[in-house]
Design a protein around this ligand. Structure first.
Ligand code: ATP
Ligand code: MG
Length: 565
């Protein structure tokens, strides 16, 4: 597979790599990795990391491994592994044969831990978790040494072997690195590197009852894979001295460098697997691939294209300070690509019946329409016209406001690709007063031509022929959350979900040429936005469309105005 070009001009990480190449620090090698824990589906934040790691590898002709960071049995599963593999591929990246599992290194990691004990740099500690926390101290209070800190190497080796053999219950002992209880960096105060956890692992089953902690497993997995640049998010900055300490004790040459960058935060959504799992498990969304989710699977199903996500990641760049990226930037990237690539069609979401009084009963006409206004290569299609049409309910107003460019009493509009029609009358439901039908006349002279007498037409509206149109379901999506930065809210998150995030419309109609539209196909419905045939719920004969994104960023504009007030 060819790697897509996602190189960005420059950023501080590429500067560091350039320096390393100049000084031949890693022998001229660039080896990165993307290390997800398979305990959830990937989200757009992971996409940023994927584009960065695979992008750097491609740019420097290096390699990027895909590594399942699966050292904690809780919550990890094969379903997640498969979804990760699928999503990274879909984003356009490939790792050749370099798919690795940290769980494959359990024996190596155990041997590294034994080595650390042998050189007097690790000990088995039998304090409880609470005691360990208490002994650790705080930012202002130095830590205290564990009473078990000076166990002999022999005793430590014996206890650690018995931990592995399953002789002890969870929490009875842990293995700790012997560093410095008075370090100003709390991370360095004899961190736990192995714990007992009597839990089956999705790959190693019951083979292990002790599992390495992230700080121990990650840097050594990097070393085993001969990673040169271990790129991670900012929350690991304080852990870098520990990363370096461990590899300095155990690894002879070409030690990897950890480099931190700011994670992506995106407005009106959350990028935390833990919180996303909650939405899925408590059924606030229909699943990981719900089109409202910020997951790669959700975005794929919604109809986003992988190149739009890559463009977005390139645009936001990589920096050291955290900020909140406006979700409308992502939508802008999606809209730009769809504008070029999506064929045009007409669909009516909330139909209003229109009878053309002077059009012959039973007659059908064909209009040859371009599939794309700027790209003749995308060909044409036939659009059918007949006596009874559907237009959008809000394209008619009995008392049109000023500047209303649509149909109303005494008005004429052009039906897109067809004729000019003139309003003649309205039929209302006797009981409710609701408008059920419009009556209009058409001007036969205006097929593909302006009115010959030069009279003015109010605007152009879309339509479908009632008899020929295909009934479909359309799902409209809005922000998942009502607040811009839900990540800062804490536990009450659910209260801030947007109750209007999904609107399902069941009486929509689209042009007959879409009858056999395949799942995943994307179209622009003129004046309405971009729509994608749902890959999960759409069936032959029962099409379901997701609105990918509206045409213009009307929401962004409104928010912009509000901000100015
Ligand atoms: P979450 O907070 O969603 O649970 P995580 O960091 O626990 O994410 P991992 O599976 O460990 O999830 O992440 C794999 C890689 O993706 C890590 O290198 C991590 O730094 C990176 N990553 C995760 N979230 C983001 C984000 N929002 N922006 C950029 N990179 C991210
Ligand atoms: Mg993590």
């Amino acid at each position: 597979m060819t790697q897509p070009d996602v190189s960005t001009p420059t950023d501080f990480i590429r500067d560091i790599i350039d320096d390393h190449l100049k000084t031949n620090k890693h022998g001229g090698r660039v080896a990165t990795r993307f290390p997800p824990e398979p305990n959830g589906y990937l989200h757009i934040g992971h996409a940023k990391s994927i584009c960065l790691n695979f992008g750097i590898a491609a740019q420097y002709k290096g390699t990027c491994n895909l590594r399942m960071d699966d050292t904690d049995p809780a919550g990890e599963s094969l379903e997640y592994v498969e979804s990760i593999i699928n999503d990274v591929h879909w984003l356009g990246f490939d790792w050749d044969e370099r798919l690795f599992y940290a769980s494959d290194y359990f024996e190596n990691l155990y041997q590294f831990a034994v080595e650390l004990i042998r050189i007097g740099k690790a000990y088995v500690c039998s304090l409880s978790a609470d005691e360990i926390r208490e002994y650790r101290g705080t930012l202002t209070v130095p830590g205290r040494e564990s009473p078990y800190r000076n166990r002999s190497v022999e005793e430590n080796l014996d206890l650690f072997a018995r931990m592995r053999a399953g002789e002890f219950k969870d929490g009875a002992h842990v293995l700790r690195a012997k560093i410095d209880m008075s370090s100003p960096n709390v991370v360095m105060r004899d961190p736990v590197i192995y714990r007992i956890k009597q839990a089956p692992h999705y790959r190693t089953g019951n083979k292990w009852v002790i599992y390495p902690m992230y700080d121990f497993a990650h840097c050594l997995s990097d070393s085993i894979e001969r990673i040169t640049h271990s790129i991670c998010t900012l929350e690991f900055e304080n852990n870098r001295p520990l990363y370096d300490w461990i590899v300095n004790q155990l690894i002879e040459h070409d030690r990897p460098n950890q480099i931190e960058f700011a994670r992506l935060n995106l407005s009106y959504t959350i990028l935390s697997k833990r919180k996303l799992i909650e939405l899925v498990e408590n059924r606030h969304v229909t699943g990981w691939d719900d089109p409202r989710m910020p997951t790669v699977a959700g975005m794929r199903r919604r109809g986003y294209m992988p190149e739009s996500i890559r463009t977005f990641c390139a645009k936001i760049g990589v920096a050291k300070n955290e900020n909140l990226v406006d979700i409308s930037l992502l939508e802008h990237c999606v809209r730009d690509d769809l504008n070029e690539q999506a064929p045009r069609a007409m669909g009516v979401l909330r139909p209003l019946r229109v009878v053309i009084n002077n059009y012959p009963e039973g007659q059908t006409e064909e209009f040859e329409c371009a599939n794309h206004p700027q790209n003749p290569d995308m060909g044409t299609r036939k659009v059918l016209f007949s006596k009874i049409l559907y237009i959008e309910q809000d394209d008619f107003d009995e008392n049109p406001p000023k500047k209303y460019k649509r149909l109303g009493p005494g008005r004429e509009v052009r039906l897109r690709n067809a004729y000019v029609i003139k309003f003649e009358g309205v039929v209302k439901d006797e009981k409710t007063g609701e408008i059920v039908e419009l009556h209009c006349t058409y001007d036969p002279e205006t097929r593909n031509a302006p009115p010959s007498d030069g009279r003015k037409v109010e605007g152009v509206i879309h339509w479908v022929s009632a008899h020929h149109a295909v009934p479909v379901e359309v799902r409209l999506y809005d922000r998942l959350f009502q607040v811009a930065d839900p990540a800062t809210i804490g536990d009450d998150l659910i209260k801030y979900l947007n109750p209007g995030s999904l609107e399902t419309l069941t009486s929509c109609h689209v042009e007959p040429c879409l009858k056999d539209a395949a799942p995943g196909n994307r179209y622009q419905f003129e004046r309405l936005g971009y729509f994608c045939v749902d890959i999960r719920d759409s069936l032959p004969g029962k099409l379901v469309f997701n609105r990918v994104v509206a045409l213009r960023d009307s929401w962004g504009k409104i928010a912009g105005q509000e901000n100015k007030k």
